[in-house]
Design a binder for this molecule. Structure first.
Ligand SMILES: Nc1ncnc2c1ncn2[C@@H]1O[C@H](COP(=O)(O)OP(=O)(O)OP(=O)(O)O)[C@@H](O)[C@H]1O
Ligand SMILES: [Mg+2]
Length: 227
């Protein structure tokens, strides 16, 4: 049997009686990654927020590893042992500007996972090194370039070893060269077994991506290697 990791079944979402998401369905097996594309306002961020379990759906359901985690009136939250680890990076990044790069990445780790500070700092430093910004650990976000800030936000999402990484137009404010570098880093992450769902307007090589989910003006459609 196919090992479905994430199953999205006909989810729908309305804001003030306006339908934003209409019966969106797709599924990913473990480690598969997907790109989401579509015009402004078609619901890409709303879809990611539903997947991140910060927005409730009005219709349908979301199933992770066979367990319903979201349906109308219900979102599974909590910090149980079997909790699904989801990382999300928003376009605005939401870095803490009064904290150093290292503190930005390390703080959520020791606050949330109860790791001690020294251990959290070590994990955070390793992650910064993997993304090539360990030399910026003691700088503040406003001392960094746009691409470096993106990498800090990515590091902060990655320190929790997410099974699912949701990225919302993270290259929109970057010059094309830096955007290509950041996408290159994201494509390397897809090769590590983490499932990445990326909202982007950039053209990507499909090699690292199993599917493209796109809004064609009336409906959500799926294309890709196995669609
Ligand atoms: N909290 C909210 N309350 C009311 N309307 C909302 C809310 N969030 C989003 N919307 C509306 O839902 C629609 C889809 O918004 P969303 O942010 O998901 O679009 P998007 O595809 O991400 O667009 P963009 O490419 O511009 O980021 C928009 O019309 C928006 O105004
Ligand atoms: Mg958006």
């Amino acid at each position: 049997m196919e090992n479905i990791f994430l199953r999205v079944e006909r989810i729908g979402k309305k804001f003030n009686h306006t339908t934003v998401l209409n019966t969106v369905s797709f599924s990913l097996t473990k480690g598969e990654s997907m790109v989401i594309q579509g015009p402004s306002g078609c619901g890409k961020t709303t879809l990611l927020r539903c997947l991140a379990l910060v927005e409730e759906v009005d219709q349908g359901r979301i199933i992770f590893n066979g367990e319903i985690v979201s349906k109308p009136g219900f979102i599974k939250r909590g910090y149980g042992r079997n909790r699904l680890e989801i990382g999300m990076v928003f376009q605005q990044l939401y870095l803490w500007h009064h904290l150093t790069v290292l503190e930005n990445v390390s703080l959520p780790l020791w606050l949330r996972n109860g790791k001690n500070k020294r251990l959290a700092d070590e994990v955070a430093k390793e992650q910064l090194a993997l993304l090539g910004i360990e030399n910026k650990a003691n700088d503040y976000p406003n001392q960094l370039s746009g691409g470096q800030r993106q990498r800090v936000a990515l590091a902060r999402a990655l320190v929790h070893s997410p099974q699912l990484l949701l990225l919302d137009e993270i290259t929109a404010n970057l010059d094309p060269e830096t955007a290509r570098k950041v996408i290159g880093i994201v494509e390397k992450i897809t090769a590590t077994g983490t499932s990445v769902i990326l909202v982007t307007h950039s053209h990507l090589s499909l090699a690292s991506w199993s599917y493209v989910l796109f809004f064609d003006g009336t409906a959500w459609k799926m294309s890709g290697k196995k669609a």
